[in-house]
Design a protein around this ligand. Structure first.
Ligand code: ATP
Length: 276
């Protein structure tokens, strides 16, 4: 498999996992995961259903303990960082979250500012600006004064992402952020993540099912399969017919977009893998 060197010479990884394992009850879901996330990169996390993408993101975010191994945040053991400090450093947007329905959208997004708030302090000007900016970035300013329970599925998703952006944390961990989004907002969101990392010193790990989005917007891609890290490398290195067949059981063909010249993937079933 294409596993690139785990250590980045001369640069402390923004996030590093070494030998990470995680159990769900008695079952080991993930084991032996070694992964460095380079400052400023967008790292895609792909794999078929149940291969542990969400589990790994939760361990990297510090909201689920590893059963073995260690996670380092900018060189510091994650477990040694207090939760408030961690929340200033890591914005984690989970795959599914029941958004509080009795809040206005702007109030919900302002929850992202809690790690920055002073005790007993109200929302300050910096936080107000961060909330407005986050809503603008996800194209949801128009809904700021709406109740959360009035939002569509895609709007709710964008509101939760806005809450993560309002945290202004250098590390973004996004679990299938494009779920529920229409194609325009999927592309806009991934372009935003790309821009935040390239221009604004953020680093992102993004679990994705859409392999074309992963190919287009990620610097590197980690493939999870069979309880571990199966492949890691640039999209060209990793999104090969061979890796995709092993990891997803499908046949993949690379095609060149006639207008952009970019490589895209077409998929078909491997007849041997189809179950009646
Ligand atoms: N709290 C839990 N209790 C029991 N099993 C769990 C728990 N959390 C995760 N698992 C199991 O761990 C495995 C990995 O789940 P996880 O949600 O990390 O996969 P995933 O790659 O994110 O899947 P998907 O693509 O479907 O979102 C699955 O088999 C799941 O059933």
């Amino acid at each position: 498999m294409t596993i690139t060197a785990p250590h980045v010479v001369g640069t402390t990884p923004a996030l590093a996992a070494s030998g990470v394992a995680c159990k769900a009850g008695p079952r080991t879901v993930l084991s032996g995961v070694d992964l460095d996330v380079r400052p400023g990169e967008v790292l895609g996390l792909i794999g078929s259903n149940g291969t542990g993408k969400s589990t790994l993101l939760r361990v990297l975010a510090g909201v689920r303990p590893a059963s073995a191994g260690e996670v380092l945040l900018a060189g510091r053991p994650l477990g040694a960082i207090r939760s408030r400090e961690r929340a200033r450093q890591i914005a984690f947007v989970a795959q599914e979250e029941a958004a509080p329905s009795d809040l206005l959208v702007s109030e919900m997004v302002a929850l992202g500012r809690v790690p920055h708030a002073r005790a007993w302090g109200g929302i300050d000007e910096a936080s107000r600006l961060a909330v407005t900016e986050a809503l603008h970035l996800v194209d949801l300013e128009y809904a700021a004064q709406q109740s959360m329970d009035r939002l569509s599925g895609g709007e709710r998703r964008r509101a939760l992402i806005a809450r993560g952006l309002a945290q202004e944390a250098p590390l973004l961990l996004l679990d299938e952020p494009t779920n529920h989004l229409d194609i325009k907002h999927q592309l806009a969101l991934m372009r935003l993540v790309r821009r935040l990392c390239r221009d604004l010193d953020r680093t992102a790990v993004v679990a994705l099912h859409d392999l074309d989005l992963a190919a287009t917007f990620c610097d590197r891609i980690a493939v999870l399969h069979a309880g571990g890290l199966f492949a890691l490398g640039t999209p060209d290195e990793v999104l090969t017919p061979s890796v995709l067949h092993d990891a997803f059981g499908v046949l993949a063909t690379r095609v060149t977009h006639p207008l952009t010249g970019r490589t895209h993937l077409l998929f078909s079933h491997d007849e041997r893998e189809i179950h009646p």
